[in-house]
Design a protein around this ligand. Structure first.
Ligand code: FO1
Length: 308
């Protein structure tokens, strides 16, 4: 069963980890949001790609859900002594990833090629693909500060500013690369992880041709809700939904995806909701332990296999 999963950061990575434990490695392709990427100290940092890589390889800091377990901040501390503003928490080991990525990008490799090299070196046998090789940047329009680059909004301002709009700078030039196109064509199941629909999944869907390529496939196309019991499992999804004028519920997430999906998984806590999607199921979707991740992945796949 060839499975493609679209993901952003921590929530999506957890589901990808579960899927990686229950599927043969060749059957899983993870397509990752790259609109959170940034330049820092001359280095190209791709937080969502790195979160996926560290999670799949078992290196991830499980408390934060991102970064490398046991990493130190010696380099940042020295940069701070030099007077640099060190608001973004880059670890020393994590920095090795950005150094190599930047060197390879500067040598002319694509982000897809760089990611293949990094994942292989970390012992990951699943395919991890950036949504595009072209730089795209989420710009968050806020009431308090006007337009902010994504990580400025998310990390520096701890997603506290009120969001009035979002745009993806560079998206018109973004090209769906061959690897993504072929993964979508071959997929027998398409999943959307419990990532933020507006901040993490929309940039992927906004790559020209992506939404159409997904919707054109008559296979199960299933999203997992990041909203549980009217709130977000992690991060700004609930706050952002309210600010953008949506009701904060799993039902509103399903409605937002609309006919892009034909299946929807939500938490058993929300079992009473009426989800207007043809196939629905509720499971325990909060993934605290590795066992929770595997169980959710297995439940979702077992359930889908019953309706194909
Ligand atoms: N998130 C934070 O809340 N604070 C940080 O300082 C931070 C640093 C960081 C460094 C590397 C990395 O790969 C991720 C990092 N993140 C940090 C997480 C990141 O901002 C978010 O996970 C995503 O961009 C949202 O999906």
């Amino acid at each position: 069963m060839k499975v493609v999963v679209l993901v952003g950061g921590v929530g999506g990575a957890k589901l990808a980890y579960g899927l990686a434990q229950v599927l043969p490695p060749n059957d899983l392709t993870v397509i990752v949001n790259t609109a959170d990427d940034l330049w820092l100290y001359g280095l190209r940092v791709c937080p969502d790609l790195d979160t996926i890589m560290y999670t799949l390889s078992g290196l991830v800091d499980k408390t934060n859900g991102w970064g490398i377990s046991g990493d130190t901040r010696n380099t940042l501390n020295v940069l701070s002594r030099y007077g640099e503003d060190t608001w973004f928490g880059l670890g020393d080991q994590d920095m090795a990833t950005h150094i190599l990525r930047t060197r390879m990008l500067q040598a002319g490799y694509t982000l897809t090629e760089v990611t293949e090299r990094l994942t292989k070196s970390l012992g990951i046998s699943q395919r991890v693909l950036p949504m595009t090789d072209v730089p795209v940047a989420t710009i968050v329009d806020t009431k308090e500060h006007g337009e902010l680059e994504f990580q400025e909004y998310f990390v520096r301002h701890r997603w506290q500013p009120t969001v009035t709009g979002l745009r993806f700078a560079g998206i018109e030039q973004a090209v769906m690369n061959e690897a993504v196109e072929s993964a979508l064509t071959q997929a027998e199941i398409m999943l959307i992880g419990p990532s933020n629909p507006w901040l993490s999944i929309d940039p992927i869907l906004a790559v020209p041709g992506m939404r159409e390529a997904i919707q054109a496939r008559s296979v199960p196309r299933v999203a997992v809700s990041p909203i549980v019991g009217g709130t977000a499992i992690k991060g700004p999804a609930a706050k952002l939904m309210a600010e953008l004028g949506y009701e904060v519920s799993a039902e509103a997430v399903a409605l937002y995806y609309g006919n892009l999906i034909n299946g929807f998984v939500y938490d058993q806590m929300d079992a009473g909701l009426n989800i207007p999607i043809s196939q629905t199921a509720n499971f325990e979707t909060i993934m605290k332990t590795d066992e929770d991740k595997v169980l959710l992945a297995q439940n979702v796949l077992d359930w889908i296999q019953k309706w194909v």
